[in-house]
Design a protein around this ligand. Structure first.
Ligand SMILES: Nc1ncnc2c1ncn2[C@@H]1O[C@H](COP(=O)(O)OP(=O)(O)OP(=O)(O)O)[C@@H](O)[C@H]1O
Length: 297
């Protein structure tokens, strides 16, 4: 028997005034899987996640999270969810250790608080007040508070923004361990390599709709994933898309011997993603620059 999905969303809509933030979005997260939601700034990811968490009202559509409608579900439902919120300023004077131990008390079957502190890599900061943590350390504390209750389903909205590369790697290990424990995880991210590394499935959202979904290696379909063979002949540059680049190169070698300016290119997840959202990598660089400015504020 297959179990019911952890999350089922159909025809979800939410507008802010005239702005359609979510515009007929469909989504399923199976139990035990890691689903990554990708999309450019303003695509509607946070709005969707906040509706699933029960923090925002929807205008239309059906939503089931762990079998209940988040708009009406109660405390027992909420205790089964791990919601990673930004730590509020009210808690700024509490230490890492105090916060994680304190939050653990709210849940019937909480994880061991000290193990969680170790898992997010904050052991050395256990006595530090939350206001004295760096941005990346604060985010790790947010994650610790989100998982200490041993949730069945965890929502992570851009969990590793502001992490250094080493912290990102150890966070990925933590997420893999949560998955091994059977936790279902929905995360949003702007990091394509994060989605590729972690996710069983990726959903690409653009302008409030799902524009593609699949395993990271299959996203965009077979054609988008084909290799591109390029070479230059006497009459100029040539290119050929193919599932069998070796055969194409063999054919070219028979014609030319040493093939002039031969290249075999494989599209990366980033290439496929940018094509799906109708951008070029120049636009993506622009987004990255904008994000850096926002982070710097
Ligand atoms: N509280 C709000 N009031 C008005 N407009 C909003 C509000 N929250 C979001 N929006 C708008 O809705 C759209 C979707 O925003 P949302 O935050 O869901 O996008 P996102 O995909 O999470 O973006 P990002 O990657 O930048 O976090 C954007 O155009 C945004 O400006």
């Amino acid at each position: 028997m297959t179990s019911a999905p952890a999350v089922e969303v159909s025809a979800l809509r939410k507008a802010y005034g005239h702005k359609k933030a979510v515009d007929g979005l469909d989504l399923v997260v199976e139990q035990g899987e890691i689903l990554a939601v990708l999309g450019p700034n303003g695509a509607g990811k946070t709005t969707t996640v906040e509706i699933l968490e029960g923090f925002r009202h929807r205008d239309a559509g059906d939503v089931r999270v762990l079998g209940e409608d988040p708009a009406t579900a109660g405390r027992a439902w909420r205790s089964r969810l791990g919601v990673v919120l930004q730590t509020t300023n009210d808690l700024a004077e509490a230490t890492v250790g105090e916060l994680v131990h304190h939050f653990a008390q709210y849940y019937p079957d909480a994880r061991d608080a000290d193990e969680v502190i170790d898992a997010v890599g904050l052991r050395e900061k256990v006595g530090t007040r939350s206001r004295q943590l760096s941005g990346g350390q604060r985010r790790r504390l947010d994650v610790a508070l989100g998982i200490v209750g041993r949730p069945e389903l965890v929502f992570l909205d851009e969990p590793t923004t502001g992490f250094d590369p080493q912290a990102r790697r150890s966070f990925w290990d933590l997420i893999a361990r949560l998955r091994d424990d059977g936790t279902t995880i929905l995360l949003t991210t702007h990091y394509l390599e994060e989605a590729e590394h972690l996710a069983d499935r990726v959903v690409v959202v653009n302008e409030g709709k799902v524009v593609a979904q699949g395993a990271p290696a299959d996203l965009g379909g077979r054609t988008a994933r084909q290799a591109l063979v390029r070479w230059t002949a006497a009459d100029g540059p040539h290119e050929e898309r193919t599932d069998t680049p070796t055969a194409v190169v063999q054919r070219l070698a028979q014609t030319y011997g040493e093939v002039p300016a031969l290249q075999v290119l494989r599209p990366t997840l980033e290439d496929v993603y940018l094509a799906l959202i109708g951008r070029t990598s120049g636009d993506a660089d622009q987004d990255a620059a904008t994000e850096t400015t926002e982070d710097a504020r």
